[in-house]
Design a protein around this ligand. Structure first.
Ligand SMILES: Cc1ncc(C[n+]2csc(CCOP(=O)(O)OP(=O)(O)O)c2C)c(N)n1
Length: 280
């Protein structure tokens, strides 16, 4: 996909996130919107997958260790044809096939059930080691972690494990939006310098603008060629609620009610962005 196509794809993902969460009346909107650009790049140009055979053995794996970002992954998967778009309108509603948190057993294309923070990081490292042991070169494991999630010790056990086993087929992204559930990282638990921390565990590290699809795509490609056998860590510098100004400006936008008026405003801001992009 071209850069503009990726940007439009990211807009589609954001639109579906807003619509699905608004239908339920609220949900984890802040940390779902932040990863829309990353998902557009991964599903648009980077990952190998087959929507008709979601558990294809030759696929790349994607695990959102911050399981509450389910709505973002579901939007990308539906847009890529893993399941019907209509499913999105039943997000988190009783009897749904799409629970709010990522669910491997219910949702085609989801590679790990997550929600208990920290666990996805270990699952991703384990899959990467498994692929390496089977000499499945060229298959990658991508894992999305949260900055609040990074207070979990399990994240750092996984980091040490991946560094020790030189898992160069493993790429961690950090949704570095500086906020978590109860406030900012610096108020709750400072993350300090995540690049220095991962580097100390033996990882190749980078930091990019997480709202820029080209920067993300270039970073992935550059890191794969330059990691020198190390696992890869890419911090995505973003604003929580990224890409939708009326959600960005809600101070605590981790999990909020999205009444029709707010949804309408969010959708019209996305539509305005789309109009400008198409005119460019
Ligand atoms: C082990 C565990 N402890 C606590 C929670 C409750 N919880 C859900 S989301 C969240 C904050 C996560 O913050 P962050 O990783 O920064 O997510 P984001 O801002 O990207 O949404 C917490 C504490 C949980 N899901 N799992």
């Amino acid at each position: 996909m071209t850069t503009k196509e990726l940007e439009l794809f990211a807009l589609d993902i954001r639109t579906e996130i807003v619509k699905a969460i608004a239908k339920k009346g609220g949900g984890h909107i802040g940390g779902s919107l932040t990863i829309a650009d990353l998902l557009a790049v991964l599903y648009g140009n980077v990952m190998r997958y087959d929507p008709k055979v979601p558990d294809w053995e030759g696929r790349d794996f994607l695990i959102s260790s911050k399981g509450h970002a389910g709505p973002a992954l579901y939007a990308a998967l539906a847009l890529k044809g893993f399941f019907p778009m209509e499913w999105l309108q039943k997000l988190n509603i009783e009897g749904t096939t799409l629970p709010g948190h990522c669910d491997r057993l219910k949702v085609p294309g989801i590679d790990a059930t997550t929600g208990s923070l920290g666990q996805g990081a270990s699952i991703a490292a384990g899959i990467a080691l498994g692929l390496k042991k089977q000499h499945k070169d060229g298959q990658y494991v991508y894992c999305i972690t949260g900055d609040g999630e990074s207070a979990e010790g399990q994240v750092w056990e996984a980091a040490a494990f991946a560094g020790h086993f030189h898992l160069s087929n493993l790429i961690f992204f950090l949704d570095w939006n500086k906020k978590q559930i109860d406030g900012t990282n610096d108020e709750v638990m400072s993350l300090m310098d995540p690049m220095k921390k991962y580097s100390a565990f033996g990882w190749y590290t980078m930091c990019v603008n997480g709202a820029d699809v080209s920067e993300i795509e270039n970073a992935i490609s550059y890191a794969k060629h330059n990691c020198g056998g190390r696992p890869i860590f890419i911090a995505l510098d973003v604003v929580k609620g990224s890409g939708v100004p009326c959600i960005e400006e809600v101070e605590n936008n981790h999990c909020i009610g999205v009444p029709p008026a707010l949804a309408e405003k969010a959708l019209s801001q996305l539509e305005e962005h789309r109009r400008k992009l198409v005119e460019e």
